[in-house]
Ligand binder design. Sequence first.
Ligand code: PFF
Length: 484
Amino acid sequence: MQGYFNHMAAAGSGHENWSSRSAFILAAVGSAVGLGNLVRFPAEAGTNGGGAFVLFYIFCVVLIGLPVLLSEILIGRHGQAAAPSSFRKMAQESGGSKAWGMVASLGVFSAFLILSFYCVLGGWVLYYIGLFAADVLATGPTTGAFAGQSFEQVDSYFGAMVSDGLATGLLDVVFLGITVFFVARGVTGGIEKVAVYLMPAFFFLLVGITIYGMFGGALGQTVDYLFTFEPSKLTGEVMLAAVGQAFFSLSLGVAGMVTYGAYVGRDVNLASTSGIIAGADTAVALIAGLCIFPIVFVAGLEPSGGLGLMFQTLPHAFSDIPFGTLIGLAFFIMVAFAALTSSVSLMEAPTSWAMERLGLTRVSAAVSVTVAAGVLGVLSALSTGALSSFHPLGFIPMFEGLGILDALDTFTGKLTMPIGALLTAVFIGWVASRRLLDDENGLSGGLHHFWLFLVRWFCPLVLTLILFGGVFPKTTAQIFAAFN
Ligand code: PFF
């Protein structure tokens, strides 16, 4: 009932609100929890020294991610508009320049670029759902996955998929289609629905598969792998990887959380809500590690880094355990759910911008974003196959040798996301009026001052270092080497 009234009141002003605080939390956690938690975090933790990475990651979430997350949601909630207008409104009320709106415009643009390649990866996940579903149908649910097939055969699925531009391009369009189906239905009618149903389902599958994996007997090895803390492994590179991962995982620096913040009601305490979102995202990343590695270790496999962990190592691992084919299917369905709630938030940022700026209806705005992201997405999908030797930004050292998909990932992850987050922290720390922040942030006393200290000094400093490390990796490596 309350939701109904909120919806009606908001409809009158042309602006929708989440129907409840928990709906917002689920949607924001849905945005945060995605391929970053399930693919990137375990792979990065494994290859970057286990416990050293994990502990430093938690430190980054608390001291750098969380303050910026609170800032982004706060800017959105204050503005109650598309992200650039929300920035502009706060800037003007604080006596700052309207040009601050450009920070969010950059964010909206990054969200669009990330959407374009994220849905390609979402399509890959659909491909694996298809592989496992076909396998369950062929062999029944009790066997290991791909029974009777050789190691090389199982390994070859990934290569065959990425070089098949027709399949990956089509599946990219399918994943975008599912995303736009929910975005076009609006905040309460679509975006919220997908989060409210899929996030609990996701969590259920995650916990279920993790418990299943624990019976295999490799939990001790996993805990050693993920949590043994060796201070010597905490190198500069590991620290940069951890901060970058924290930002990607919390969906920061791309206007996504500003956009979702705009639908938050005035009565919601933003500080505690941000804490819940960051806590849930981190918990899922840690559980994902505890879910994946026992299965990998029981099969006697070496965990690989990057996408290989999910698309090659895990399918091998699933082939070695009882019910592996069914567990594998459940696993990839779970990944698809997580990716979908993230792609919905990535699409919402440019959609709300197009509605406001171009005066489009929600449906036309969402469909236009989809068409544009589809074109870029299909090109990205082709970049792992037919277009693999096309390196559009290859003349710039940091993009050397990268195809379209990798170039988009690098451009957003190493440039636009850190820039967006850095400028957001500077904006809140140095431009926004203290009175306004006081009214909005839900913090009091020492915590309020600590948050201000973090966004004024600590976050900008660390984000500048990340940016430098991303743009000048060689120089950074030399500097680190001099210290090691
Ligand atoms: N946080 C998502 C993940 O970990 O997969 C990725 C993401 C979603 C980044 C939404 C940015 C965003 F706006």
